[in-house]
Design a protein around this ligand. Structure first.
Ligand code: TXE
Length: 496
């Protein structure tokens, strides 16, 4: 007899609900390679219910009339609850997406800070008094929420990437419908329940689970959705933005990339090796900021690659829950096929596979969706493995001659999310930081993010910024109010 899978429900208008059609989607444990839970397979009717609940909450006095300071305190309260449940939520994420417990638990312990930071900003949203050129008219601005925000999120770091949207959207006074990825929805459903416990009115935070192709359009084009905040692949992001554009909605996009991690010959080599590993093998390469193009100065290439391969070879693959595991499985069966396909492409393009290049063997890996840490050398910048986001543990090593060549190669790409620079020369670091076409540049470090610092893409990596003070602007609109202090209203046929 097959074991009954644990079922998780959506939160809509403060109630736990199944889908209108009564259908479910299996959620898989990538380490076991099998289904472990189920989430509702929502339909456009469920989207209608969730958006209606969110809009009703937006118009309700409980939310509309709450003071900004009280709104901030609700965010602090939810931060405390997340902290309380960090371990449980991290376990759910690991089971659902296969990333390391150490990584997910670290994220869960850090996530509360976004709610505290944006909770603190809630009562610092200020309009201004505008000194106009009109006599006897008083003009000021109000900064107001947009309404219902649709937060569409991916599977790689479900709660962190949701938080970057949710904390800012709520601090600004919006209500939210969350659509997590069909590949890893479970932690989001458990997380959404905390908002009611914190005291948010029902309907302020809602969820709809399901396939993007089945419910995505209903959500993005819904007349009561004012903004779409999306993180995912660039092809889906482009179609979501096109739909949002057709319906005149605000949109922000975080679309991943193909970031250059650049090592100069004066770099602290051992640190740079660890930085390169962090860029591509942490999280099995499934991060939007993966440093998947490693640009190494030709004069140190051989020594660097030798050290890099030795370090990567020592990485332990295994159960993501185990403390000594360095590399877990990839999250979906489909992603496993995609990554393996790119490894074939790399070989057929003529790159040299210096490490890995397939599925690892080992009884402790069972039926898990593992890919060996893979390093290609002799990669030309125009090869597909150097230009396309693989989203897996596959590194392309590209040699360069000098600073100008490094810059040219780093910028010769459609994406621009992040870049790393390894050098001991501060003037060079500053020159590179100024000229790299990327929303984030790290010097002698990699994968550092904070709730205080803006994050987002140049070029095809996205639109808008998350985190940092300005991120709240993405969830606000400005109203200009004119009050006449004059006696009477003269000639009605002319512009005032
Ligand atoms: O992403 P999708 P997928 C990249 C990565 C990966 C590729 C595909 O390269 O290999 O994208 O991954 C929802 N209307 N990134 O297919 O399709 C979908 O249900 C509205 C980079 O998982 O972009 C999910 O909730 N929504 C990225 C979300 O969009 C739709 C992280 C993202 O899914 C929709 C993840 C539609 N028509 C993948 N179709 C990053 N920036 O870090 C799908 N969705």
């Amino acid at each position: 007899m097959t074991e009954r899978l644990e079922q998780f429900r959506n939160v809509v208008g403060g109630k736990r609900v199944e889908s209108a059609g009564g259908q479910w989607i299996d959620s898989h444990d990538p380490y076991a390679g099998s289904a472990w839970a189920q989430v509702p397979r929502c339909t456009p009717d469920d989207v209608e219910a969730a958006v209606t609940a969110a809009r009703n909450a937006f118009e309700s006095p409980e939310w509309r009339d709450i003071t900004p300071s009280a709104r901030g305190k609700l965010l602090w309260k939810v931060a405390d609850l997340i902290e309380r449940d960090a371990e449980r939520l991290a376990r759910l994420e690991v089971r659902d997406n296969g990333k390391l417990f150490a990584e997910m638990h670290g994220q869960l312990r850090y996530i509360p800070e976004w709610y505290r930071y944006f909770g603190g900003l809630a009562d610092k949203i200020e309009g201004s008094v505008i000194p106009t050129d009109k006599a006897q008219i008083f003009n000021y601005t109000l900064r107001e929420p947009l309404g219902v925000v649709a937060a569409i999120t991916p599977w790689n770091s479900p709660l962190l990437l949701l938080t970057w949207k949710l904390a800012a959207a709520l601090a600004a006074g919006n209500t939210v419908v969350i659509k997590p990825s069909e590949h890893a929805s479970v932690s989001t459903l458990a997380f959404a329940e905390l908002f009611e416990e914190a005291g948010f009115p029902p309907g302020v935070v809602n969820t709809v689970t399901g396939f993007g192709a089945e419910i995505g359009d209903a959500l993005v084009t819904h007349p009561k959705v004012a903004k779409v905040a999306f993180t995912g692949g660039d092809a889906t992001g482009a179609s979501v933005a096109a739909k949002a554009g057709e319906h005149i909605k605000h949109v922000s996009l975080e679309l991943g990339g193909k970031s250059a991690n650049i090592v100069f010959d004066d770099a602290p080599i051992d640190d740079a090796v660890r930085g390169a590993i962090a860029g591509i093998f942490a999280a099995s390469g499934q991060t939007c900021i993966a440093g998947s193009r490693l640009l190494v100065q030709r004069s140190i290439q051989d020594e660097f690659v030798e050290k890099l391969v030795a370090f990567a070879r020592s990485a332990k693959l295994g159960n993501p829950m185990d403390e000594d595991t360095n590399v877990g499985p990839v999250t979906t069966r489909q992603q496993l096929d995609t990554v393996l396909k790119y490894i074939d492409i790399g070989r057929s393009e003529g790159a040299t596979c210096a490490l890995g290049g397939g599925r690892p063997e080992g009884t402790e890996l069972g039926d898990g969706w593992f890919v060996e840490p893979t390093i290609f050398t002799g990669v030309d910048n125009d090869m597909r493995i150097a230009q396309e986001e693989i989203f897996g543990p596959v590194l392309s090593v590209i040699p360069f001659d000098d600073e100008a060549d490094a810059l040219k190669k780093a910028n010769q790409i459609a994406y621009g999310l992040a870049a790393g620079v390894w050098t001991q020369s501060m003037p060079r670091a500053i020159r590179m930081a100024a000229r790299l076409e990327a929303g984030t540049v790290w010097v002698n470090t990699y994968r550092a993010v904070s709730y205080t610092s803006p994050f987002g893409g140049y070029k095809r990596s996205g639109l808008g910024r998350e985190s940092g003070q300005k991120a709240i602007e993405e969830y606000l609109q400005t109203k200009s109010v004119w009050i006449s202090c004059a006696d009477g209203f003269s000639n009605p046929f002319v512009l005032r």
